[in-house]
Design a protein around this ligand. Structure first.
Ligand SMILES: Cc1ncc(COP(=O)(O)O)c(C=O)c1O
Length: 386
């Protein structure tokens, strides 16, 4: 009944767990969730107030498909000054980050094109590549390299069919942050082999050590990079569905074609609030990042007490991706922890074909829940065979 292209997209490995969480919660079981993919903070008041003002002024109609000029300008200015991306407002298309990734795949990938990306990586990349007819080619990143995807590992996978590299720094689900040397090496490969890069930078602000480098800022890269970013993680605005893509003109026009025939535009009053997010005070971002740092350190401290869990200390985002030393699949381990510890984590196998043997712990929850949840995990694992 459905289109054949959908058979290319495997069912999400997280659905079974999400269903089990809902069922247990409906039975009144106290579940601590380490599976959340969004900041647990409120959107800062100045941003919400800007939205209310916009609504009161009845700014409630279609906007240009590319976004309102003030927001495009604010994004371009932020990207030039903070990220050194040599862009203008004309390169900025306002669209939710996930939509930006979907449109990038449709705009760039032909049937049979190969796309290099890390294993593990965020679940949506694989689906978008396959829906567009492309073939994901995974670099198995290792804990020894702090889960960074190195230029040497990428070089081994390049073939005449390679079209793109998908980058994500800081990374979901590992918290890995690419180094300047990684980025320079990857840029050299892209230029030498005439490849395009999709650079997902949505966790840019949530970084504890190291420096965020936008690959589009490196010489020769702007014209071959599609940079994706957005408000969701930066300003705790996941429900607003507001982000952007920065692309050179030849690619930009195709992205806009897809936008006009799908989304039309982002929500008008959310866009005006987005201007306030970028141009207004940034102290709430700083506070949020400091809190995430404290929580990361709590998880690392608690994890050190659990002999069968191991992970490098992540430098960014709000996830930790430990290996476990038990002979069980990550889906079964996740179910075991849910049933026996009443803690929800995400199975590693959801993030790539070689990422079983890990679970993802999101620390977008309170310090108390982190301590209690890690204690429960430790107790449950101590009863599980190795
Ligand atoms: C790596 C990564 N990119 C993009 C997104 C999409 O974010 P949004 O569409 O909410 O901006 C997410 C959301 O979890 C993510 O983890």
């Amino acid at each position: 009944m459905s289109a054949r292209r959908l058979s290319r997209v495997p069912e999400s490995g997280t659905v079974k767990i999400a269903n089990a969480v809902s069922k247990l919660r409906s039975e009144g079981v106290d579940i601590i969730s380490f599976s959340t993919g969004e900041p647990d903070f409120a959107t800062p008041d100045n941003i919400t107030q800007a939205c209310v003002t916009s609504l009161n002024k009845h700014f409630t109609h279609y906007t240009p498909s590319v976004g309102i000029p003030e927001l495009r300008e604010a994004v371009a200015e932020k990207s030039r000054t903070e990220n050194n991306i040599p862009c203008e407002a004309a390169n900025v298309l306002v669209t939710p980050s996930k939509q930006a990734i979907f449109m990038t795949a449709l705009a760039m990938i032909n049937e049979g094109d190969e796309v290099i990306l890390p294993d593990p990586s965020w679940v949506t990349y694989d689906a978008c590549i396959r829906l567009a007819g492309g073939i994901p080619k995974y670099v198995k990143v290792s804990a020894e390299n702090e889960y960074r995807m190195t230029p040497e590992e990428i070089a081994e996978l390049i073939t005449p069919a390679t079209k793109m590299i998908f980058l994500n720094t800081p990374a979901n689900p590992t918290g890995a942050v690419a180094t300047e040397a990684d980025m320079k090496g990857i840029a050299d490969l892209a230029i030498d082999h005439d490849l395009f890069v999709m650079s997902d930078e949505v966790y840019e602000k949530i970084i504890f050590e190291g420096k965020h480098i936008s690959i589009a800022s490196l010489p020769g890269m702007f014209e071959r990079t599609i940079t994706i970013n957005g408000m969701s993680k930066m300003y705790a605005m996941t429900g607003w569905r507001l982000g952007w893509v920065i692309a050179p003109p030849e690619i930009f026009k195709f992205l806009n074609t897809l936008q006009t025939h799908s989304l039309t535009c982002c929500t008008s009053f959310a866009q005006q609030a987005g201007v306030e997010a970028l141009r207004g005070p940034q102290d709430s971002v700083k506070k949020m990042v400091e809190e995430f740092r404290v929580r990361r350190d709590i998880v690392m401290e608690e994890m050190a007490k659990i002999p069968t869990l191991n992970a490098p200390k992540p430098k960014g985002a709000f996830y930790i991706f430990p290996t476990y030393d038990h002979d069980i699949s990550s889906i079964d381990l996740t179910e075991y922890l849910l049933t026996n510890a009443h803690v929800a984590v995400t199975p590693g196998s959801a993030f790539g074909p070689a990422s079983d043997g890990h679970v993802r712990i999101s620390y977008a929850c309170s310090r108390e829940d982190l301590r209690e949840g890690m204690k429960r995990i430790g107790e449950a694992l101590s009863k599980l065979d190795r």
